[in-house]
Ligand binder design. Structure first.
Ligand code: SF4
Ligand code: SF4
Length: 326
């Protein structure tokens, strides 16, 4: 199987697992909302992956007070796994695991089939829009990591609102307001026309991974002596990186999708290196996945995965989840 087929298969499996976990969480929530009439289903901790703000608050609490979150520990573990892997590999999370990345790729590919090509955003608009995800990221980093006192982060993590924030998130998507529906339609339409619209312009998670990935030793390298300047790498890069004219790809937009390497007709022209050590493309993906899931396995084995919120507490909080706000 080629690199892109392998990548899409990994993305697909991950998306199916998350869909299954999401459905289990829906059943879990329904049990409490129907006051016990619907059957009980255990809460799948992996849904906490969709609570990055809560995870950032928990991270601050852990750093400043030394207390590892017990309300959404899986959310913090997944956050650490995503950030930790970025330090070594840049952003393969975006290309190999993120379900939003999979959706975004599906949208622009559908758009390409329907329209013949995905137009480029005009340069000025591209630069201006690129700032949006950094502004969102810096806002949250400033408010949570800088301004919020450690005690306040602990209080937030253990407040009723945070205990049911996952239920509120689910409700947000299964009973969307008209504003949410309109915003989603606009973003989907733009994602069909423009390549990776959400990831490139709006995702603060991707912005943070790109910044952490600046330190990553493993990089795509081009060898001028082998390159025939066919431009296939540049033309096919979803991050619009001019690979053909790079010696080493240092861009924060490289998501390690490895498309450039697969499309390159000269086997020696592009490779992945850390210093002088060459890593085969699929070995890089395997190393990334191994480290990511190793962190999760360690968390499970050391009791940092399941929430400490008791059944009785959920029975009180979930039926009144709509009334909690931060
Ligand atoms: S430089 Fe290569 S690996 Fe990086 S995003 Fe572009 S195509 Fe993917
Ligand atoms: S695809 Fe390979 S040969 Fe073609 S320009 Fe890129 S690095 Fe050079």
């Amino acid at each position: 199987m080629g690199i892109q087929k392998t990548r899409n298969a990994v993305q697909g499996v991950m998306a199916l697992v998350l869909l299954y976990e999401g459905y289990q969480f829906y059943l879990f929530s329904r049990h409490f909302k129907t006051l016990g009439e619907a059957p009980f289903v255990p809460r799948p901790p992996a849904v906490e992956a969709f609570l990055p703000i809560s995870a950032l608050v928990s991270l601050k609490s852990w750093i400043s007070l030394g207390i590892f979150d017990t309300v959404h520990p899986a959310g913090l573990v997944i956050f650490i796994a995503i950030m930790g892997t970025a330090l070594f590999f840049q952003r393969p999370f975006c290309a190999w695991l993120c379900p939003v990345g999979l959706l975004a790729e599906g949208f622009w590919k559908a758009g390409k089939r329907a329209l013949g090509k995905n137009p480029r955003m005009p340069k000025a608009a591209d630069h201006a829009l690129m700032a949006v995800k950094y502004l969102i990221l810096f806002f949250f980093l400033w408010v949570i990591l800088i301004k919020m006192p450690g005690e306040a982060t602990f209080a937030f993590a253990n407040a009723p609102y945070n205990k049911v924030v996952d239920v509120k998130m689910l409700d947000f998507w299964i009973e969307p307001s008209s504003a949410v529906i309109k915003a989603t339609i606009v973003i989907v339409a733009l994602s069909i026309v423009f390549k990776n619209f959400w990831c490139r312009y709006l995702c603060p998670y991707g912005a943070l991974l790109g910044m952490l990935g600046r330190f990553a030793p493993l990089r795509v390298k081009r060898h001028e002596s082998e390159c025939i300047h066919c431009s296939l790498c540049t033309k096919n890069c979803p991050g619009f990186i001019d690979v053909e004219n790079c010696d080493t790809v240092t861009s924060v937009d490289c998501i390690k999708c490895l498309t450039c390497i697969e499309k390159c007709p000269k086997p020696e022209a592009l490779d992945i290196r850390a210093g002088k050590h060459i890593v085969k493309p699929l070995h890089l993906a395997a190393l990334f996945l191994a480290l990511f899931f190793l962190i999760i396995i360690i968390a499970k084995l050391t009791g940092h995965w399941h929430s400490s919120v008791a059944y009785e507490e959920y029975a009180v909080l979930i039926p009144q989840a709509d009334f909690f706000s931060h």
